[in-house]
Ligand binder design. Structure first.
Ligand SMILES: [Zn+2]
Length: 461
């Protein structure tokens, strides 16, 4: 099989792109009804949701029928389900768990940076065999193959990313999994010793290692001679300056990938320009991905360039299927073939979180959009920033307060002119004129986990 094939099933590669969409739709619709019936029969939560919507699983025959249903679950509902199942069934997997608890083969939580962690990444053995295949195929698209060693640095254990190890092993590549909490010194020493060919981590940790490498292992990260950086967990690689900086410092391609709870499995292609994460192995149909308006929660037409909150529906899941689950990522979807590699399927660019969204004078602002503008001023700034909030989001009383690190070579007397320039760019591209506060380079703390985007003054009071 061609390792760079778009599909897991090689038979799909001979089909024209117009037919592919139709064929995938048919497979999705074929899997939809049995999945919904399975959830209805096995979960008190899903039974209640269908009953509230006044429909039976058999009424939902097409993807359009599914789109017309209301959102069943978000993070908050998922937490309530977990509280209920803890009380009634003595497990944290939620009342949407559809398999017996003793059939669970792997479980992982999200980071829990915003509340109690939920065990969204909960799978049976069958689930993992299935998802592992698609996860592996995704990395094969970047050239990962048997014989590669992947230094895999995240918060490990019961965390979401642990799932990915199944995909790497399935490819015949060797994951060298190291907990990010081990600290940069140990990470860099292992990187120097194990001679990995790829490194999988978060964009912010990859950047942090650039700084620490010379003093820790006596060499630049470029000398690790990696073939690729596989990055996830944060917005980063889709900011052109961040991608360029990482690729220059490491001397290899920086790929952006994701698979929320094992759905929407996607990765970017080998290109200098960011063309979005390509939905790999769509023929495996692990999910149906939809978009809704983050305010009204109504479906948004999924056409080239559309922006909305992602809603996923599992299509062949045993342990904890997610039906009409709006988990908070705001994405832009592209449906035209990729200008770089010709990939014919859907491509996705994550532009923010619905809970990160700010509303300034009635305009929806995503921190990633601000970061993108700020990063275009590197090296006059370092690119590090914090949005200072005096009251809980999303409403912000203008002006929005922005803390920026000036660049190491920038003179203090130039700062006021630079602030004006950045403000003009932010007004052109984001329709805001923030109040900029300059801080010294290196003064905003970087995290080995997710670097915070907000400084929440209202929590300090
Ligand atoms: Zn491409």
């Amino acid at each position: 099989m061609d390792s760079r094939a778009y599909f897991s099933n090689p038979n799909f590669n001979s089909i024209s792109s117009g037919q592919i969409e139709e064929k995938i739709r048919l497979i999705q619709e074929e899997r939809l009804s049995p999945q919904l019936r399975y959830c209805y029969d096995r979960s008190s939560f899903y039974r209640r949701k269908f009953d509230e919507a006044g429909v039976k699983p058999e009424d939902i025959r097409t993807l359009e029928d599914l789109r017309a249903l209301p959102v069943f679950m978000n993070k908050e509902v998922e937490r309530e389900n977990a509280m209920e199942s803890l009380e009634k069934n003595n497990h944290p997997f939620g009342t949407h768990l559809c398999a017996p608890a003793d059939e669970i083969y792997l479980t992982g939580t999200t980071s829990g940076t915003t509340g109690i962690p939920t065990f969204t990444y909960t799978f049976t053995r069958n689930d993992m065999d299935w998802i592992g295949k698609a996860l592996g195929h995704r990395f094969a698209y970047t050239g990962v193959k048997k014989g590669d060693r992947i230094l895999f640095i995240f918060s490990l254990g019961i965390y979401a990313t642990t799932m990915t190890l199944w995909g790497i092993r399935g490819l015949g590549a060797l994951p060298i999994d190291l907990d990010a909490r081990a600290g940069s010194e140990l990470i860099l020493r292992i990187a120097d010793l194990a001679k990995p060919t790829y490194m999988a981590t978060t964009p912010s940790l990859a950047e942090y290692l650039v700084e620490k490498a010379p003093s820790t292992i006596g060499k630049e990260v470029k000398n690790l001679k990696l073939k690729g950086l596989l990055l996830t967990g944060e917005i980063g690689v889709n900011v052109p300056e961040v991608k360029k900086r990482l690729e220059e410092t490491y001397g290899c391609r920086a790929y952006d990938y994701w698979a929320p709870a094992g759905h929407s499995i996607a990765i970017t292609c080998d290109s200098n320009v960011y063309y979005g994460m390509h939905g790999l192995s769509p023929d495996l149909c692990t999910s149906f991905d939809d978009l809704i308006d983050p305010d009204t929660k109504r479906p948004v037409p999924v056409e080239d360039g559309a922006i909305g909150e992602m809603v996923i529906t599992s299509l062949k899941r045993e342990a904890a299927p997610l039906i009409k689950y709006a988990y908070g990522d705001i994405a832009q979807v592209y449906t035209k073939p990729c200008p770089n590699c010709g990939f014919p399927g859907k491509r996705i660019k994550i532009i923010g979180r619905s809970d990160d969204m700010l509303v300034v004078k009635g305009v929806n602002i995503y921190p990633s959009a601000i970061k993108q503008v700020v990063s275009s001023f590197v090296p006059k700034v370092t690119g590090e920033m914090r949005i200072v909030l005096d009251q809980p989001p999303p409403r912000v009383i203008p002006p929005l307060k922005l803390k920026l690190e000036y660049g190491a070579e920038t003179r203090e007397l130039d700062l006021s002119g630079l602030a004006d320039e950045i403000n003009r760019a932010l007004h052109d591209q984001c329709k805001i004129r923030p109040q900029i506060e300059w801080v010294q380079p290196g003064s905003l703390e970087k995290s080995t986990r997710k670097t915070p985007v907000f400084e929440k003054n209202y929590e300090k009071k």
